[in-house]
Write a protein that binds this ligand. Structure first.
Ligand SMILES: [Zn+2]
Length: 440
């Protein structure tokens, strides 16, 4: 590994600290993988000594992006079944494809493809939920990504968990195996949804997560059908029902939360539960639009997510930011909502808080881990830069990422992944996709 003592200089430093300070030109001083100083640096002012200095060449220097909702191995299903409603997409295509093709080897292959995409696109941490979580965690750890990784729980036979009676135990065992094993990997429990997990499973899974002190994740209130059926069967909205079961607290992440009413929002705010907002996935499945301006007004922490590649179809958080900033302007008729700064916060510090890592990452502040992205400055669509948040949200894409650091280590350098051979990853993924295409 390269040394993680370094100085990044000659960039536009967007700290995303509480004051949203921008240093132009600025520098970030890193020691032992930790940020020790950020601030302005006048041209000609001597640089602090360090084994390595990185010239940002005028590019924006910002916290690594936080993707609060992924299903990493699903990169293998990218474009397999598009343009369908969620129930058909899930029951006729995704669940059968998973049953047929998902095993330890394909999970490793799909995760490596996902990690390459995430890192090259400036995402330094993701919050994942899937099956074969050991293989997901091993692949993510080996590629240098930081990740919260949840073992999936559903009440039917699932990849790697053929007997649903052992689903919560499998998740608990995964958490036991990974707690304290790798400082960048945080194990978690991921119940798929209130409609694929029964009451007993939900309560036992949350109890296990609580006992382990780990994050509990769940898709909730994603579609109108889910809300309608929950009210018909239980007399409660999905959010209301999970509140009755005691599932909401600050260590639970509510994913989607599209079909929520005023009472549901009040519940999430009162329980200090964060929401993962996945606008592109919700648009593609015509699920609807989560009322993010109302969440923010209620003081709910909102992070951004791409969801899996079968419903997006990429892991580019910079493109997701553009969508998140615009879609609420359309639904509310107010161009002032979800402004560029708020969306940058969602993709960094708020996302970090949503997944329980707000003290360690999400902003460029002394004491935090050095998870940093440096954008290119030499592309026509990135010039001029009046407001860096505007450039990042409305003009940049993942293809504009130049350097990525995690714990101060350069995992992407000049647009080249340093932790794995991308050609080999792509060849492996193409090989697996051939089998999937043949048997779909
Ligand atoms: Zn999802």
């Amino acid at each position: 590994m390269d040394s993680n003592d370094l100085v990044i200089y000659n960039g536009i430093v967007m700290t995303v600290n509480p004051a949203f300070d921008i240093h132009r030109p600025g520098m970030v001083v890193i020691r032992g993988g930790c940020i020790v100083e950020t601030g302005p640096r006048a041209p000609g002012q001597p640089l602090p000594p360090a084994p390595r200095h990185i010239d940002a060449e005028g590019g924006i220097v910002m916290p690594g992006l936080v993707n609060t909702h992924t299903h990493l191995p699903m990169t293998l299903f990218r474009g397999l079944a598009d343009d369908l409603p969620l129930d058909q997409w899930l029951n006729a295509h995704i669940f059968p494809a998973e049953a047929r093709h998902i095993d330890a080897r394909t999970v490793r292959c799909g995760t490596r493809l996902a990690c390459a995409e995430l890192l090259l696109g400036g995402t330094t941490v993701c919050c994942d939920g899937y099956f074969f979580a050991d293989q997901v965690a091993e692949a993510a750890a080996a590629m240098g990504l930081r990740a919260v990784i949840g073992q999936g729980v559903v009440d039917f036979p699932a990849p790697g968990v053929p007997d649903p009676a052992g689903n919560v135990e499998a998740a608990r065992n995964f958490v036991d195996r990974w707690q304290g094993r790798c400082p960048r990997i945080h194990p978690s429990i991921f119940c798929h949804s209130p409609y694929t997990c029964g009451r007993d499973t939900l309560v036992r899974a949350k109890t296990a997560a609580r006992a382990a002190g780990c994050l509990f994740q769940i898709h909730v209130a994603e579609t109108e059908v889910e809300r309608r059926e929950s009210i018909a069967a239980h007399g409660r909205s999905p959010v209301g029902r999970l509140d009755d079961l005691g599932l909401w607290d600050e260590h639970t992440l509510a994913v989607h939360a599209v079909w929520v009413d005023r009472d549901d929002i009040e519940v999430l705010a009162r329980r200090r539960t964060a929401v993962s907002h996945n606008p592109q996935s919700n648009m593609k499945l015509a699920a609807g639009v989560a009322p993010v301006p109302d969440f923010l007004a209620a003081g709910i922490t909102v992070g951004l997510g791409t969801d899996g590649c079968a419903s997006n179809n990429d892991l580019d958080l910079l493109r997701e930011m553009d969508t998140a900033a615009k879609i609420h302007k359309v639904t509310t008729g107010r161009p002032t909502v979800t402004d560029a700064r708020q969306v940058v916060e969602m993709a960094t510090i708020a996302g970090a808080r949503a997944i329980g890592l707000g003290d360690a990452i999400g902003s460029l502040e002394p004491g935090k881990r050095a998870d940093i992205v440096v954008l290119r400055a030499d592309r026509p669509h990135l010039v001029p830069v009046y407001h860096p948040a505007s450039t990042v949200v409305y003009a940049a894409t993942g293809a504009d990422v130049r350097h990525v650091l995690i714990d101060g280590h350069l995992v992407v350098r000049d647009g080249v992944l340093q932790t794995a051979d991308v050609k080999e990853i792509l060849a492996d993924a193409r090989q697996v996709a051939k089998t999937i295409a043949r048997k779909h």
